[in-house]
Design a protein around this ligand. Sequence first.
Ligand code: B12
Ligand code: SF4
Length: 647
Amino acid sequence: MPATPSNDRTPAPAAPVAIRPVRLLLVNPRFPESFWSFRWALEEILPRKRAINPPLGLATLAALCPPHWDVTIVDENVESIPLAPRADIVGICGMGVQFPRQRELLEYYRGLGHFVVAGGSYASLCPERFEAIADAVICGEAEYIWPQFCRDFGAGIPSRLYRETGTVALTDSPAPRFDLLKLERYTTVTLQFSRGCPYLCEFCDIIVMFGRKPRWKSPDQVGRELDALRLRGVRNVFFVDDNLIGNKKAAKALLAFLAEYQERHDYRFTFGTEASLNLAGDAELLRLFRAANFAWVFVGIESADAESLREVRKAQNLQEDTLVSVRRIYAGGIDVLAGFIVGFDNDTPATFDLQHRLIVESGIQAAMVGLLTALPRTPLHERLEREQRLIADADATNNTRLGTNVIPKRMTYDAMIDGYRTLYERLTSDRGIAERVRNKLRHLRDPVYHAEYTRGERIGIVVRLITRGVLPGGPPRLWHFLRSFPWSAPARMPLAVVDWIAGLAMRDYVRRHFATRLDSQRSTLAARAERLRAALRVYVERGAAFVSFDATALPRLTVSIGGALDRAFFSRLARHVDRLLERTPSCLTLRIDALGAADASRLQRLLRRLAPHGDRISIVLNERVRNLVRVDSSVFHLVVSGRAGAA
Ligand code: B12
Ligand code: SF4
């Protein structure tokens, strides 16, 4: 892949370069489920929302296109992808966790004859992984190199790789095209003030991608973006900065501006952001955060053990006791969400208890604990490679699954996985959730957070929390819920509700994804699959369907449809598949090779019934039947087969 010469530092004018408008489709691939999906909360408590945050990178990229380009954004997390788009270019973004889906989509659209471009976090970190699957790769911040690509594309001479070799002045970053996003489908809209972080954490890829010198937008730029969001009815805004206080002087200027903006607009927005823990040591910053109506901040706490923090050069967390820092932030009225890591060299099986104690005592409900993962190009990766402690071929893109690419030093790999699983089981027990609610509210006495919903919406949320979340847990959960609820402090009630929702959503994820009972379930699952096979035998014998069940790893049932069927087939299939998927980790692949016209509506009904299990169901549509069935790829994993390039 030839590297393009590094561009000059002047922002390229977005001049019209093509004779007819270029049609650009931008896609954010579906995420695999993680703690961040908050799936239970979205499905049970906030059913009108489909995801928590929109793809801000794509909206920014859209704003960098020449004005006459016709741009569409599709976020596969809230809507289905088009199978036959009218587009000259298809651009697909992605973090590492999205790579498998990003690759499938690049290959699919390329197979249809579109010019495909890859960009986003993972393409910025590992552009070489896209060499064979994309026509062009945008590596790094796009503000300068994307307009260059647009000009080259218009002139018919696009390069294979555009690499940002320096950094972008964020004053050159345009206001994102929020108008192209379906903002009403997200709980919180994102906005960015700065990029980069001055610290040195060994495992961090942010400083590899964005550097250690923070760069920021002017307060007026941010004000214009907020104006656009205000006009679109947005209330919750997440500043997705790597570290909003990376440059404290710039942060204070922004916060003072935001405080004044909020006052002018009747405190219209509730803000949240990411910042380093040393925020706690700056009283003026805390005061300004409150004045600007920041309700929460996500901080990287990482470890309860000072030795582990020293090991990974997280010096900014060593300025005072972590619990003291968290409580200082609470005292400022601001809620704390936090990231934790287990598996540092200094960590032993005893570390899990230390982490548990810190998380419980600090009352942090959204505690995102991850296994230490070595991302490519980070100092940690380089060190572990030298020490031969990387597990080749292990997935290093998602640090909250039960596996990592790091061989721990002072415990076995299995002990680390077991400790991690047990830690989350304890944290998400009814008692664990309740203890944290109580411990937080004891120190967060006057929260900024006040629930930005109407009275009717608030009542609906509480009723759903109780009927769908608390009561199904039986008397023990009800008891813990009632005991943790701040009955005498109405101002703290919204926060208790939010924390119970977050806790139960994380519990639901742990129960479904960290299951340990698979081995004991295998024989039951095999028996259920056998019953399904018997129920469909007549169709299999006449060659209209094919059924197989593989229980060696994650149990997977495959059903192929290849001829005319009838109503009985679909109702039997629905009944048996429901049983197989309900409360088990099994997966289903449904291959549709041929389909009678009468069967199309039956299949459609089947898909509606199976939608609650959609994240474990792959639908493989043969190109021939593509137009007969509508499969929502934001619900199911959709693959179109039978043409070159299709996955
Ligand atoms: C907001 C955010 C989220 C949101 C989701 C946002 C969304 N809907 O996409 C939430 C909170 C859900 C989230 C979750 C996760 N995240 Co996240 N997240 C971020 C964060 C803080 C900001 C991203 C952002 O909006 N930036 C602002 C935009 C303007 O910048 P940008 O995305 O970099 O885009 C620029 C360029 O990349 C380019 N570009 C972007 N897209 C495209 C597409 C094309 C075609 C082209 C040409 C160019 C291009 O143009 C933009 C302008 O320059 C980043 C940190 C960061 N600084 O990037 C982490 C980050 C992206 N997340 C990361 C991770 C690991 C995760 C999780 C896996 C964590 C976990 N363990 O669970 C989860 C995954 C979610 C899941 N369900 O599985 C990593 C990704 C590492 C990697 N290199 O792949 C990052 C970099 C943070 C980190 N270092 O840990 N995340
Ligand atoms: S504070 Fe956060 S963003 Fe900054 S270097 Fe450390 S992990 Fe990376």
